[in-house]
Design a binder for this molecule. Structure first.
Ligand code: S3P
Length: 425
């Protein structure tokens, strides 16, 4: 689907509630399925990725009932084998986390994905799981994965990447190991939703600095209200900062400190963003954000900040075209392994519309402030975050742009444009 985006001449005004967090939605289904009893999940994400996870657990024998405002999961805590391949669609989180659960089952499974997911590296999870005794056949360390269920043993793993998917995969495998403590240490802290939810469900899990350890545990069912996704809020935050005279309120935004790198960056750039009404809901910090158009200056984005804003980098690059000075993003080489090679994709598409941006092996340098001209077609590379970031860029281009493959937005955010329309009224 091709989307035409024209300059937004009016400021963005008003209030919207941000839809459910994708990462937490995946984990809510996975952990509820492993807990014996009835779990209630409210405000589940309607993105295609979390729905892929739900469908897979249904295939693994877990009953779920979708009501108007919740999903009820009724589980015996035991998964059943299926001959049918488990389709993770476009979702890396689904494939990597579920591998940790399936590796220790007493049955075999096959995990498949779409074209983009089938190109993404799985060695990062195959290697630690193999060290735990797992048997996984792959296509040169890529999907499809054939997992031959085995009894696993505990390991103490030092990960060379700060990846919540890798960390969670190992912790979920460790949850089922009969004896011993499984630990993962990461170079920087990545998102900790798995740890928080496991703890809330009674697992024997603890984190000290960069090391998280888990022992075999029985999980209790949960009742959870999923907060809004800061990665979805990011598009509105950036749009309000760069469209003159805008002033918006985003409600119900998840503000887990392992995810709020974008807020730190905007504050470092001198942007006007305020957190209102911060509270804890089901173990996660949630608040409302007030964002206003701001004159911004550049900053460096690197090191331990990167995992806290990894999914926001494409839209932060759009923001950086509108700040004075040069913004350097580095230490983000893993961006090349996302739904697309996000470094080369964002550099090439923003260059087309008039940005002054240089590619680095592990990031980019964006020279601001540029007048974005537009008047061209841009590509989304099967990547929802590229599609939404380019839409935001289109709102400030002098001439309209055509975004090819805009339908990928539905992977995480089917109501994206609807919510923009509310702020434009
Ligand atoms: C996610 C972790 C991140 C992120 C992805 C979701 C998760 O990936 O990019 O969109 O839910 O655990 P990595 O852990 O590979 O960095």
């Amino acid at each position: 689907m091709q989307k035409k985006v024209s300059i937004n001449t009016k400021p963005l005004k008003g209030e919207i509630s941000i839809p459910a967090d994708k990462s937490i939605s995946h984990r809510a289904v996975m952990l509820s399925s492993l807990a014996k009893g009835k779990s209630i999940i409210r405000n589940f994400s309607d993105g295609q990725d979390p729905l892929s996870t739900l469908k897979i657990f249904n295939q693994l024998g877990i009953e779920s009932n979708i009501t108007e405002d919740s999903i009820i999961i009724q589980s015996s805590g035991i998964l059943k084998s299926t001959e049918t391949p488990l389709d993770c669609g476009n979702s890396g989180t689904t494939m990597r986390l579920i591998s940790g659960i399936l590796a220790g089952q007493n049955f075999n499974s096959i995990l498949i994905g779409d074209e983009s997911l089938s190109k993404r590296p799985m060695k990062r999870i195959i290697e630690p799981l193999t060290q735990m005794g797992a048997q996984i056949n792959s296509n040169d360390n890529k999907a499809p994965l054939k997992i031959i269920g085995q009894d696993l043993h505990a390991i103490d793993y030092n990960s060379n990447i700060a990846s919540a998917q890798v960390k969670s995969c190992i912790l979920l495998a460790g949850l089922g190991v009969n004896n011993g403590t499984t630990s993962v240490t990461e170079p920087y802290l990545s998102r900790n939703h798995t740890e928080l939810m496991l703890k809330a469900m009674g697992a024997n899990i603890s984190t000290e600095g960069l090391k998280t350890s888990i022992q075999k545990s029985e999980l209790s069912p949960i009742e959870i209200d999923i907060c809004g996704d800061i990665s979805s809020a990011a598009y509105f935050i950036v749009a309000a900062l760069i469209i003159p005279k805008s002033k918006i309120i985003l409600t119900n935004v998840g503000l887990n400190p392992t995810r709020t790198g974008i807020i730190e960056v905007i504050q470092n750039m001198g942007g006007n963003i305020q957190i209102l009404d911060k509270k804890e809901v089901c173990g996660e910090i949630v608040g409302d954000l007030l964002v206003e158009y701001s004159e911004l200056h550049s900053c460096e984005i690197s090191g331990e900040l990167i995992p806290k804003l990894i999914d926001e980098i494409p839209v932060i690059a759009v923001l950086a075209t509108q700040v004075s000075g040069s913004t350097t993003i580095k230490d983000a080489q893993d961006l090349r392994n996302k739904e697309s090679d996000r470094i080369s994709a964002i550099v090439s598409e923003l260059t087309k519309i008039g940005a002054n941006i240089e590619e680095l092996p592990d990031g980019m340098i964006i020279h601001g402030k540029s007048n974005l001209y537009g008047d061209c077609q841009v590509e989304t590379y099967h990547d929802h975050r590229l599609a939404m970031s380019l839409y935001v860029a289109g709102l400030i281009c002098e001439k309209e742009i055509l975004i090819n493959g805009f339908e990928w937005v539905s992977i995480s955010f089917p109501t994206f444009e609807e919510l923009f329309d509310i702020l434009r009224k």
